[in-house]
Design a protein around this ligand. Structure first.
Ligand code: SF4
Length: 282
């Protein structure tokens, strides 16, 4: 069985940096705790725990881990940083540069009198980081188009649209038009991450290849950009979304001749390599 890897897949630059920073700290003999998954991937989470950096849910939990906390690539709200300082925790900040730029963009836009319209998922850690400390009434979060239509835009005359880094711009173009039709001045901060887009574009190339029978997308269950890859692939080919090689649907793949592979921005190379080897052995 032939395997074709997407030209671009897996770890993005931000996640590579996060991974490296934690590994470097572990290499120096340090231990600590990671506030929420360092990336949305179960294999990476287990590997980090093995290195002495388990995942915890609260800052207080970090006290039991040498009093050191790691902020993930998704970033955190300023109040979380202050909370860590107040508890006397040492920090390792792996916030992706793109996410930091968006925090700055939001702060600047609010100071300039804009209402912030975040196009993204309310429960995504990145979005939680952007909005946790904002005053109610200064921002809105919109994922479904109906949410834009149902929102009360009365009195909002200047809007800055900010995208969660990992969403698909095409899907949200109607949201932008809907906001334009309901308010006055609308400006767009182009904050979609190129890494996610590159993975999506490379996957579309595989999907357009008529010789490929099915697509396997590898990534963590909580990784929204991985799910987005699977959603794109499903429109073209039979698609299997798996966390690791253990979930590979071997029986469904038997008899096929060519399989395309992509992986989310938080999927480590070793998970991809294991899947490739297993399929090639079929
Ligand atoms: S997907 Fe993009 S924004 Fe998110 S961590 Fe990776 S490089 Fe940064």
């Amino acid at each position: 069985m032939e395997v074709v890897l997407a030209e671009k897949y897996g770890f993005c630059a931000g996640v590579r940096v996060a991974d490296k920073l934690v590994r470097r700290a572990a290499g120096q003999g340090l231990t600590g705790a990671i506030l929420g998954q360092v990336v949305h991937n179960e294999s990476v989470e287990s590997e980090m725990a093995r290195l002495g950096f388990p995942t915890v849910d609260t800052l207080e939990d970090a006290r039991a881990h040498e009093g050191r906390i790691v902020f993930s690539a998704h970033g955190v709200a300023p109040s979380v940083r202050e909370g860590a300082r107040a508890l006397g925790l040492a920090t390792i900040d792996t916030t992706c540069k793109f996410v930091t730029d968006i925090h700055k963009e939001i702060a600047r836009s609010l100071a300039d009198g804009f209402f912030i319209a975040i196009l993204g998922q309310r429960d995504h850690r990145e979005v939680v980081g952007y909005t946790k400390d904002l005053q109610p009434g200064t921002f809105g979060i919109f994922y479904r188009l109906e949410e834009v239509a149902a929102f009360d835009w009365t009195g909002i005359t200047r809007v800055k649209i900010v995208f969660q880094t990992t969403i698909n711009a095409e899907t949200f173009a109607p949201h932008v038009e809907e906001i334009r039709s309901r308010t006055g001045e609308v400006r767009i901060a182009d904050t979609i991450c190129y890494a996610t887009k590159e993975n999506q574009d490379a996957l579309k190339v595989l999907c357009a290849d008529p010789t490929i029978d099915a697509i396997v997308v590898i990534g963590g269950k909580a990784s929204k950009n991985t799910k987005e890859l699977a959603r794109i692939a499903e429109q073209w080919k039979p698609t299997y979304l798996i966390g690791t090689v253990a979930e590979l649907p071997v029986e469904s793949l038997r008899g096929l001749s060519k399989i395309g592979i992509s992986a989310g921005a938080s999927t480590p190379d070793y998970d991809v390599e294991a899947v490739v080897k297993r399929i090639e052995a079929l």
